[in-house]
Design a protein. Structure first.
Length: 369
């Protein structure tokens, strides 16, 4: 098995159930047993990017928003979210107070979400709003901490997903003259460009530079201010890979996620959210050759589900989300055991005030969808 945790990382990430106590096979056997015992109490959610040995235990599979929404209508007291931290927070915000949301490994974060924190956004907002009289409307991609969702709720903005980004950005630009989009510069840039906004109307705010690296003049001139964040997984795809695939076989259809950079999206045949990619793969006729620019677990699962099509990763390096990978069977089993004892571990509880602001921003998005 691929071992991503070596040296210091391995020491910090010792499994909660040791290999001396249970072999890998015994872990899986015990999980099936406990899951059956807890079937009225536990709902297991599995994000598309999880490994097969985790996804097999998922009662529901999907993207982060769909999972959180579906969970809110199912009457089970415990929700185990096999995903990353911001997804478990969103599930906690959207589900009733008496439900307990668990993230099997609290170290399962998201590199993109970590590229913007509340303090940085507050300070950027103060600077940006001091530079212009025009109204700036904030929109955050759902891949961020709850404190940022709360920020947009407090400033009459909205959340978006990769499926509805265009609709939400259109709405935001109807509310004001400028858009502040965070934390993913690529989703923001790709979406705005598709809407007809020129690259020369967009600037990137880098919180590591004084004033984000932007002069007041640049801010006054811009229609769209993009936060500098990005997904480390989708950064692994390049336009050169698209060209290489097309040169080898021009009939290969290339579909990428809009978290990929602008030149990759431009070079690809089409781009869209995880749900869009799944639908397109379903729609394309038997015999199609498809190269996909998104996380490798989803690509592999699509390849297995469509043996009549040739489905490969766009990248030869098989881009894997290492933080999603932190949710391993031993961590999931530890969560199950703790629930069985009614002493849940790794509970995600969003502060009430933050949850209220976030909910407002989520409701704005849902009202637009
Ligand atoms: S794939 Fe990228 S955006 Fe999604 S959880 Fe992993 S690091 Fe975050």
């Amino acid at each position: 098995m691929l071992d991503l945790f070596q040296g210091e990382a391995a020491r910090e990430h010792l499994p909660p159930i040791s290999h001396e106590e249970l072999s890998d096979e015994q872990v899986i056997e015990e999980m099936w047993r406990i899951k059956e015992e807890l079937k009225d109490k536990v709902l297991v959610l599995g994000h598309h990017y999880q490994q097969d040995d985790i996804i097999q235990f998922a009662d529901l599979k999907g993207d982060s928003l769909k999972l959180a929404q579906d969970a809110s209508s199912i009457e089970k007291p415990y929700i185990v979210f096999c995903g990353v931290h911001f997804m478990a927070e969103t599930a906690d915000i959207l589900t009733a107070d008496d439900k307990t949301v668990i993230l099997p490994d609290l170290a399962a974060g998201c590199s993109m979400a970590d590229m913007a924190d509340r303090e940085e956004i507050d300070s950027a907002w103060d600077y940006l709003t001091s530079c212009t009289q025009e109204k700036i409307v904030p929109v955050t991609y759902i891949n961020c901490a709850a404190t940022l969702k709360d920020f947009v709720g407090q400033h009459d903005g909205s959340i978006c997903t990769s499926s509805n980004a265009e609709k939400v950005i259109r709405w935001a630009l109807d509310q004001g003259e400028k858009l502040l989009f965070f934390p993913d510069q690529h989703l923001g840039r790709n979406t705005c460009y598709k809407m007809g906004i020129g690259l020369d109307e967009m600037v990137t705010y880098n919180p590591n530079l004084p004033n984000g690296g932007l002069t007041p003049e640049k801010i006054q001139k811009a229609k769209v201010i993009l936060w500098y964040g990005y997904c480390s997984v989708h950064q692994g795809f390049t336009a050169a890979q698209v060209r290489a695939i097309k040169e080898k076989d021009p009939e290969t259809h290339v579909i990428v996620h809009p978290e990929c950079s602008f030149d990759v999206v431009k070079a690809a045949d089409e781009d869209g959210s995880t749900a869009y990619i799944i639908n397109r793969v379903n729609e394309l006729p038997a015999g199609s050759k498809i190269a996909i620019g998104t996380e490798i677990n989803l690509v592999n699962r699509l390849a297995a589900a469509h043996p009549d099509k040739t489905i490969t990763s766009l990248s030869p390096y098989q881009c894997l989300c290492t933080t999603m990978y932190r949710v391993r069977p031993r961590w999931l089993l530890a969560s199950f055991r703790a629930i069985k004892e009614d002493k849940p571990i790794n509970v995600i509880k969003v502060d009430k005030k933050v949850a209220a602001g976030s909910k407002k921003a989520l409701d704005t998005m849902l009202s637009l969808s």
